[in-house]
Design a binder for this molecule. Structure first.
Ligand code: 9D3
Length: 256
């Protein structure tokens, strides 16, 4: 997969994508990432990429012309067609479902805004999709682009090693949160590793982990849990989890 990123801070994107699974995906030729800086396509001594908003008000708006020239250069670098995605607070919320859709594309062009955003005429003419990474305020689209790049890169065939196992992840599998994990030492002043995990009883371990996933999803993210769609076995595990942890004095679901 090829991803071109239009950004005033291409070095930020390169650094964010240099490490871990995404860095390895690039080394393995599964991901080709290229940054494009609109400032390099701005004309005049000041190389302006932003200007004051019509109608007044605070902040600046990214200008059409440097973005048009920058996008043309990025498109010309490869004949493969690519949707242009604008990272924006007004966008469709990013979910693993959307990540899976994006990951099937051979190429993406990501546009990162700064200041108050991009001139609406450029968006209307050139942008195919707007994506937000959540309901909080960032200072630009770069971190959001890095999130998209990370999430789609790890879904490329061969990007994950056995140890990274994609199907076990929350959302990737059945939409439940992950179970707790423990490693050595088995006894520590901070506590003991649950005995079942050291029992060698693989069926019991799988049941315990499933129960923890169900229980933690119920407690922490009840919005993810559709109990009517659970199997009878899952419902029994969740009921036992509720019984074991006692009454409402410990807090009902949704409480931290
Ligand atoms: C404080 C400025 N806001 C005025 C009401 C509007 C605003 C403009 C630009 C808010 C944020 C931004 C920059 N954000 C992004 O470029 C962005 C973003 C985000 O802020 N939150 C979640 N997802 C995204 S994707 C891109």
């Amino acid at each position: 997969m090829r991803i071109d990123v239009l950004t005033l801070f291409p070095e930020f994107i390169a650094q964010a994508a240099a490490v871990g699974v995404v860095g390895r995906a690039q080394e393995r030729g599964l991901l080709a990432l290229q940054g494009w800086n609109p400032r390099d396509y701005a004309v005049g001594g000041y190389r302006r990429v932003d200007d004051r908003p019509f109608g007044g008000g605070p902040g600046m708006v990214m200008m059409i012309e440097p973005l048009q020239a920058c996008l043309a250069a990025a498109r010309a670098a490869d004949p493969a067609p690519a949707p242009v995605i604008y990272l924006s607070p007004q966008g469709r919320p990013l979910t693993q479902k959307l990540v899976r859709e994006l990951a099937t594309q051979p190429r993406l062009i990501l546009l990162c805004g700064r200041y108050e955003g991009v001139d609406e005429r450029f968006l209307a003419a050139e942008v195919d999709q707007e994506i937000s990474i959540g309901d909080y305020v960032l200072s630009g689209g770069e971190l959001a682009a890095a999130v998209v790049i990370d999430a789609v890169a790890r879904l490329q065939d061969g990007a994950l090693n056995d140890a990274d196992s994609a199907v076990q992840d929350s959302f990737e599998g059945d939409g439940l949160l992950d179970c707790p994990h423990y490693t050595h030492p088995s006894t520590h002043p901070l506590g003991e590793v649950p005995a079942v995990l050291r029992s060698g009883d693989h069926a019991a371990i799988a049941r315990w982990r499933r129960q923890q996933s169900l229980g933690r999803t119920w407690l922490r993210r009840p919005d993810l849990l559709d109990e009517t769609r659970l199997s009878k076995a899952d419902r029994a595990l969740l009921e036992a989890f509720r019984q074991e942890r006692g009454g409402p004095e410990k807090g009902e679901p949704g409480q931290p």
